[in-house]
Design a protein around this ligand. Structure first.
Ligand SMILES: C[S@@+](CC[C@H](N)C(=O)[O-])C[C@H]1O[C@@H](n2cnc3c(N)ncnc32)[C@H](O)[C@@H]1O
Length: 203
């Protein structure tokens, strides 16, 4: 990372807040704000967190589900465990068949909510990055088909670009209620958007 990036990060309000309040990432505030507004995660829910390292969203999800719930988190990077024993981490690529199988067996049943803050590794080549982003989106959709319960919810990060309308069309075929939003903690200059989809029709 560049010196400027590091400097900007340190001056960032949410970065400092995360340090002070002991959250693993500034991204925690995105989920806190989205969940406060849309009431996506409830006590006792079973949650699947895709693209979860270092674990900021999982931490918020664990607080929201309480002891009765479960959070299964997946990332290419190792996710440091939490003290709670209703947390399971899987290290791997969720676009692959093997990891999808591991996810299903770790969940032990359909989940109420799938959350995904996954970002593709950016190459700087527009077409390649859009394709990577689309691959992640399609993998999340496939995982919803096999792991999300009827009437369940999906919260997912997306990047605005030419594929955005097509992506929305696909999601609207699978969910009754679909909204896009940007929480206050998402940097204004970032092209990320969050999709809140509720009322999964199931297969
Ligand atoms: C912005 S970070 C997630 C931050 C996290 N929500 C938090 O609050 O700590 C995006 C993550 O997506 C992960 N990722 C990207 N593609 C992935 C894939 N195919 N399988 C698993 N993880 C992936 C990256 O490794 C990265 O850790």
């Amino acid at each position: 990372m560049s010196k400027r990036w590091n400097q900007e990060r340190k001056e960032d309000l949410y970065y400092q807040k995360a340090k002070k309040e002991d959250y693993r990432s500034r991204a925690s505030y995105k989920l806190l704000q989205l969940n406060k507004r849309f009431k996506i995660i409830r006590k006792g829910d079973r949650i699947l967190d895709l693209g979860a390292a270092p674990g900021g969203w999982s931490q918020v999800a664990l607080e929201a589900v309480g002891e009765e719930g479960l959070v299964v988190a997946v990332d290419l990077q190792r996710i440091r465990p939490f003290v709670e024993d209703n947390f399971k981490a899987i290290k791997g690529d969720f676009t692959t068949a093997d990891v999808k199988k591991d996810i299903i067996s770790a969940l032990g049943g359909p989940v109420a909510v799938v959350i995904s803050d996954a970002s593709p590794k950016l190459s700087g080549i527009k077409d390649v990055d859009q394709m990577r982003s689309m691959d992640l989106f399609l993998a999340v959709m496939e995982i919803c088909d096999s792991a999300l319960r009827y009437n369940g919810s999906l919260l997912m990060k997306l990047f605005q670009g030419p594929q955005f309308p097509e992506i929305l069309k696909v999601v609207k075929r699978k969910f009754r209620n679909v909204k896009t939003t940007k929480p206050p903690s998402s940097r204004k200059k970032s092209v990320e958007m969050y999709l809140v989809a509720r009322g999964f029709y199931g297969l």
